[in-house]
Design a protein around this ligand. Structure first.
Ligand code: AHR
Length: 632
């Protein structure tokens, strides 16, 4: 093998490897959004879904759902709890999202918005119960106002349970109106009240992602236009963010009962702030006037597209505008005076055909006229079987599109066969964003075992091809990102969790290793004068990091035998005699990580010696190896 370390062939974008986020598999509500109460504002179609009624010590009562649509269309339902007995307790419990994850010693904040008739001295007793019914935390709230008012109480949990539930007992005859019943752990990401699960965001931060794409995925489109993602409804007070049914509700899986809604507690402000927290460029994708073409395929007539286009223009102003602008001022009022430095935006997700082209033209003109610096990510839709590149490529090429969003969910063998996909790609047109991809193993039908080593290794092999072609493939993200082990509809996924724990899949480590070891410029790594992209089961790329002055070799051996290799390096520099090595591999193809064995497959660091500019090494079977050589 030869490496021409001084021949900087392709600049690698600093933000090349990023994150695709979508609220699928209980990723937001029930996942990274740390709210523990399901259906907190009674907006599910079945208004008491997730809630049960209880009577204790002779207490009696009832619950009425109140429709206040005329007054508050965006939060149209509340409940009236009537206690009809003088003694005992009447109460409601909430089951959480497949239970509630409660940790011993953690402080929880219960909040509720209530009003009650004057003179009615009612008391709310709040309890956390473990799965067996034992009380593992409690507090109380005394509503005092006849007008809607928010009350809260903090208390510490005395035990850990992943399937706990919340009880709210009322004592004393009378009635109370309630809305926005909420329970959050105090310890969230950056300890923001009403924030995100810290362990899950930490996993994202640990990838040092270059960008964060949000909010999807198909939920951008919605099954129908009524249920599309509308960013303006996802900001501001949480009780004013209109809940909608999640596009993935019950989809594909009997595990998901019809209870998957979007509360938008994780909304656009939180997405932008999280991206900023973890050093990622924000990449919002917006609806382009088309509902999911795999679903209803509803279309907005071209002469009614203005509000959709305006949403895109307003979003750019929201992200980047100064205090003198309407939307920039709103961002400042919401707590972020500094702009978010938005540079790119997706128009439509997985859309195709003439209908997309018509809408794409209108969006592109409006965005580029006002904000010429914004790069537009265009959907090329899914590929028909046997189709190598999408039919829209031609249109986008002749219309100077910036970046094309390609998606590939394929068997591992497709990834191995396509590692050279971009080697001879036309350099004179749009750049490529490998926006959603994952190898779907055919070794198993068990969803939690699909994230096996076979898939991760194939992704690593494929990614050597992306990096070698970093001049044309400028961004890449695995998808989907998150999945709850008790409530998912799509597998494999990058990170799995229950209500208390989480684990990174082998694919996560592949993504992380590429992100942390990308370098600044790809340089030629050849065998017999050719790129190393599959012959004899070998896949490789090399890059130089101009900042740290290192040569980085990535090698993937997908065979069952070890490979003894010699790399002859040509470079004006000399190299430190000890190189650092990261090895992920030599696992059985069906090996996986799990909640109980989260590090079964994880990178191992070591060192190796190099003599002059010749590197002799062995790459173990089924292994992805990274070697970093320091230039002197
Ligand atoms: O990642 C899951 C889904 O796959 C996304 O929502 C969609 O864009 C693609 O079809």
């Amino acid at each position: 093998y030869t490496i021409d370390a001084d021949n900087l062939k392709a600049h690698i974008q600093p933000n090349m490897y990023g994150i695709f986020f979508e609220d699928i598999n209980l990723a937001a509500d029930g996942g990274v959004y740390a709210e523990l109460v399901k259906n907190r504002s009674f907006e599910f179609d079945s208004h008491l879904a997730g809630w049960a009624q209880h009577e204790k010590n002779g207490g009696r009562g009832s619950v009425e759902v109140i429709d206040r649509r005329a007054e508050r269309p965006e939060n149209a339902h509340t409940i009236k709890v009537n206690v009809t007995s003088n003694t005992g307790f009447f109460g409601l419990s909430n089951e959480g999202f497949r239970g509630m994850g409660i940790k011993k010693g953690e402080v929880y904040t219960f909040t509720v918005t209530t009003r009650k008739p004057a003179g009615n001295a009612v008391k709310l007793l709040v309890e956390l119960h473990d799965a067996k019914g034992a009380i593992i935390g409690k507090g109380q709230v005394r509503p005092t106002s006849a007008d809607w008012q928010k009350y809260s109480v903090k208390f510490t949990a005395t035990a850990t349970d992943s399937k706990a539930s919340l009880y709210v007992w009322l004592q004393g005859k009378g009635s109370v109106d309630m809305d926005m019943v909420s329970l959050f752990p105090q310890h969230t990401w950056k300890n923001r009240p009403g924030g995100l699960r810290a362990d899950l965001v930490q996993k994202l931060a640990d990838m040092k992602p270059g960008f964060l794409r949000f909010p999807g995925g198909c939920i951008v489109e919605g099954r129908d236009l009524q249920n599309r993602y509308q960013w303006k409804k996802s900001i501001g007070d949480i009780d004013q963010r209109e809940n909608i049914i999640n596009r993935w509700n019950t989809e594909f899986s009997e595990r998901l009962t019809p209870d998957y809604y979007q509360t938008f507690g994780l909304g656009f402000m939180e997405y932008f702030m999280t991206a900023e927290d973890i050093g990622a460029s924000p990449l919002p994708i917006l609806n382009c006037g088309m509902a999911c073409q795999f679903n209803t395929g509803q279309l907005v007539p071209l002469n009614e597209l203005d509000p959709y286009v305006q949403d895109a223009l307003d979003l750019i102003e929201f992200a980047n505008g100064g205090p003198e602008t309407q939307w920039g001022a709103l961002r400042a009022r919401l707590g972020h005076p500094k702009p978010f430095n938005l540079k790119m935006m997706g128009v439509g997700n997985e859309q195709w055909g003439e209908q997309y082209i018509q809408r794409w033209k209108i969006f592109t003109k409006a965005i580029k006229d006002k904000y010429p610096y914004i790069k537009i990510i265009s959907s090329v839709g899914p590929y028909a079987e046997g189709e190598e590149f999408n039919r829209l490529d031609k249109f986008f090429r002749s219309n100077n599109a910036d970046i094309l969003d390609e998606h590939y969910y394929k068997a591992p063998k497709w990834f191995l066969a396509n590692a050279a996909r971009y080697d001879n790609y036309d350099r004179n047109g749009p750049r490529i964003f490998a926006g959603e991809y994952a190898a779907h193993s055919t070794l198993t039908t068990d969803a939690l075992k699909k994230n096996n080593w076979e898939s991760a290794l194939a992704e690593a092999a494929f990614m050597t091809g992306l990096e070698r072609n970093a001049d044309i493939v400028i961004m890449a993200s695995y998808a989907p990102l998150f999945a709850h082990v008790d409530g998912w509809q799509w597998a494999p996924d990058l990170i799995w969790y229950d209500n208390l724990r989480a684990y990174s899949t082998p694919s996560y480590y592949v993504q992380q290793l590429f992100s942390l070891n990308k370098g600044t410029d790809a340089v030629p790594l050849l065998k017999d004068g050719l790129a190393v992209s599959g012959k004899d089961g070998a896949y490789a790329t090399a890059s130089v990091d101009k900042n740290t002055r290192e040569l980085i070799i990535k090698f993937v051996n997908v065979t069952d035998t070890a490979k003894s290799l010699t790399f002859n390096i040509s470079s004006g520099a000399t190299f430190q005699k000890t190189a650092s090595v990261i090895t992920l591999g030599n696992y059985a193809k069906d090996a996986v990580n799990s909640l109980d064995k989260p590090k079964n497959i994880s990178p191992v660091n070591s060192t190796m010696a190099i003599s002059g500019k010749v590197l002799n090494t062995t790459i173990e079977p089924n292994t992805f190896k990274i070697i970093r050589l320091k230039m002197l």
